[in-house]
Design a protein. Structure first.
Ligand SMILES: Nc1ncnc2c1ncn2[C@@H]1O[C@H](COP(=O)(O)OP(=O)(O)OP(=O)(O)O)[C@@H](O)[C@H]1O
Length: 398
């Protein structure tokens, strides 16, 4: 069992509590800190955690993050990298498969208020998960019912210090504003306990909605060459919530996006597609006919994606070369217009032209070698890898 320790009060307390529990239960407890290299003090903080672990007789590792690209949101890139680094580290530690995170009841309540301010529905208001599996690791948040201050008390009693993140006082951050708002709402009886109860109820509601959506998906959707194809009549007959959930899930499942498309964008696209036509959303091309709605990868979104044969293309396609060959030096790209013109029998596939344009194909330089979905297989096969999981099963967040 490995505790993810940032050096803040929550995870430092978790470290001590887990160590005590591990000693009693005979379970080896280790700790890990990610140094994101974003603040000059980060290295010192990691050393501080290492020193505390040393005193406790707990093995500690510091993992270094090197940012590869400069684009996007820095905080979410750092967070995703933290989960990646920790998961990869767990893989190197014999016997370890569980990571503990120090999120508290205060985090749940603050997140609830922040999401409320953004107009979130059931999913966004639901309490964060306490136990889930991702990247081959089981992640646990055992402190979701514990108050931050109670954890500080544990540390004070033991005479242990912790790092106070300076951003915790910075009013520009929504989390700090939410903390202030919670204090102001206390006279109304709207405190951390009440909000965590409501958030827990939303999590139960979300689970039920996911369950019914998965059941509906098995009836109204099928996967065809990586596209999700809905029976339009059956989709329209579903309650709005289930229909939107299925459509949003299809878009995320096909594109690999981690964020759900915005509700108003989803509504606008559906209104625009009534009666037929095409629209793009979230890296997907949605095409409607009277009897079906197809969610496919948008050709433009994958036009410049390249992967060496043998690695996943577009985060989900696995291309296998013919028996006895390695396919070395070959690359996988989207078939595209030029590639498709070299596939005379593509119509026999029964797939729309646009889906084939975005389908994986094997190239040697600019020469098309194989387009398994467009009728030029040459012994190559294209299969969906395990990355996204089964379309229906992936609807369930647990
Ligand atoms: N640099 C780090 N190294 C190791 N663990 C960390 C680090 N930062 C955060 N954690 C772990 O994540 C928990 C939550 O930290 P924090 O609230 O700062 O993260 P977040 O990014 O807001 O949350 P989330 O993990 O939900 O994205 C901490 O209690 C700790 O267990």
């Amino acid at each position: 069992m490995i505790v993810a320790v940032s050096g803040g009060g929550d995870s430092m307390a978790l470290l001590h509590l887990a160590r005590d529990w591990g000693q009693g239960a005979g379970v080896a407890v280790e700790a890990v800190t990610v140094d994101h290299g974003l603040r000059p003090e980060a290295a010192d903080e990691a050393r501080m955690v290492a020193g505390v672990c040393d005193g406790l007789g707990v093995r500690h590792d510091t993992l270094q993050w090197r940012r590869e690209s400069g684009g996007g949101n820095l905080q979410s890139a750092a967070r995703a990298a933290r989960y990646d680094l920790i998961a990869a580290h767990v893989g190197t530690r014999p016997g370890a498969c569980i990571v503990l995170l120090g999120h508290t009841a205060d985090d749940v309540a603050e997140t609830f208020l922040m999401r409320l301010a953004r107009g979130s529905g059931v999913d966004g208001l639901a309490r964060m998960r306490g136990d889930w599996t991702d990247r081959g690791v089981r992640w646990l948040r055992p402190l979701l019912d514990v108050r931050r201050e109670a954890l500080r008390d544990v540390l004070r009693e033991r005479g242990v210090g912790w790092v106070e993140d300076p951003s915790n006082e910075d009013e520009r951050f929504d989390r700090v504003k939410a903390r202030g708002a919670l204090e102001a709402l206390a006279p109304l009886g709207l405190g951390v306990e009440r909000l965590t109860t409501t958030a827990a109820q939303q999590a139960v509601a979300r689970e039920a909605l996911e369950h019914w959506a998965a059941e509906a998906a098995a009836r109204v959707a099928r996967v065809e060459a990586g596209d999700v194809v809905f029976d339009q009549g059956a989709l329209d007959a579903l309650p709005d919530e289930t229909r939107d959930r299925l459509l949003a899930h299809a878009i995320m499942w096909v594109s690999g996006a981690t964020y759900r498309p915005r509700h108003d964008a989803l509504t606008a696209v559906q209104a625009g597609l009534r009666g037929g036509g095409r629209a793009t959303l979230g890296g997907c091309l949605l095409s409607a006919r009277s009897d079906q709605l197809r969610v496919a990868r948008e050709p433009g979104a994958v036009a410049t994606l390249t992967a060496p044969l043998g690695t996943a293309w577009d985060g989900r396609w696995q291309i296998r070369p013919p028996e006895g060959t390695t396919g070395e030096g070959l690359t996988v790209r989207a078939l595209g217009e030029a590639g498709l013109s070299a596939c005379p029998d593509w119509r026999d596939s029964g797939l729309p032209r646009t889906s084939l344009l975005a389908s994986p194909a094997v190239f040697s330089g600019d020469t098309l070698i194989a387009a398994p979905l467009a009728g030029v297989s040459e012994g190559y096969s294209a299969e969906l890898g395990p990355q996204r999981g089964d379309f229906v099963a992936a609807l369930l967040s647990r």
